[in-house]
Design a protein around this ligand. Structure first.
Ligand code: ZN
Length: 224
């Protein structure tokens, strides 16, 4: 089962992906993690962009993702979050999966209003030491300014400040929202109302996936 989780920054893609990953025992691929791993392993092509703070071009992003998807761990499926961001990337992903004899089964579109999203992003805190994510409203750390896992300092990333958050949402709308229509036309996209509490959002996503699994079972009856 290959699932793409879609939605604007701050809508809770990571949280929903992690919960679904635990439930269905298929790995959650965060493109951020793949990138960090590649940088650590010394991918010089990628590093030269990141070091200069430049936008990494599609060709490099795609290569990194394709390499990541080939890992043994993703053999029986994955939940992908943070990629694709553009129609070009979506087409590339289809081809890359096709080579692996796979396809996207479902795209979950997490939807919420701009106000809700900005509200959530600005409550976000990141551990400066281990990178764990918190939200002062929804995923509260035990102590307001220290990480539950490693006691590192919790900081607000530049990306999560109100002004930058607004800009990121604008970029998302311009760049990524055409993809919503792209996947809708392919009948792969299902909308999930992400304005609710994380638990409810998770339950809605669960329902969507369960329906898909049921449909699949009907279409491919067990061999005699
Ligand atoms: Zn930490």
């Amino acid at each position: 089962m290959q699932i793409v989780i879609f939605g604007p920054p701050g809508v809770g893609k990571g949280t929903v992906s992690d919960a679904l990953s635990a439930k269905y025992k298929i790995p959650h691929i965060s493109t951020g993690d793949i990138f960090r791993a590649e940088i650590k392993s010394g991918n010089s092509e990628l590093i030269q962009y990141v070091e200069k703070g430049l936008l990494v071009p599609d060709s490099v992003v795609n290569k990194v993702i394709e390499k990541g998807l080939r890992q043994e761990a993703y053999k029986s499926g994955f939940i992908l979050d943070g990629y694709p961001r553009t129609i070009d990337q979506a087409v590339f992903l289809e081809n890359a999966l096709w080579k692996l004899n796979k396809k996207i089964d479902l795209v979950i579109n997490l939807a919420a209003s701009d106000e809700q999203i900005i509200g959530r992003i600005t409550q976000r805190r990141t551990c400066g030491k281990c990178g764990a994510l918190y939200n002062l409203v929804t995923i509260k750390p035990k102590k307001k300014d220290a990480c539950d896992k490693c006691n590192g300092p919790l900081v607000q990333r530049k990306d999560d400040e109100p002004e930058t958050a607004g800009k990121r949402i604008d970029v998302y709308k311009e760049e990524t929202s055409p993809l919503v229509e792209y996947y809708r036309k392919k009948k792969l996209l299902v909308d999930v109302d992400a304005s609710k509490k994380p638990k409810e959002v998770y339950n809605s996503a669960l329902k969507v996936i369960n329906e898909l699994v049921k449909k699949d079972e009907k279409q491919t009856p067990a061999q005699q």
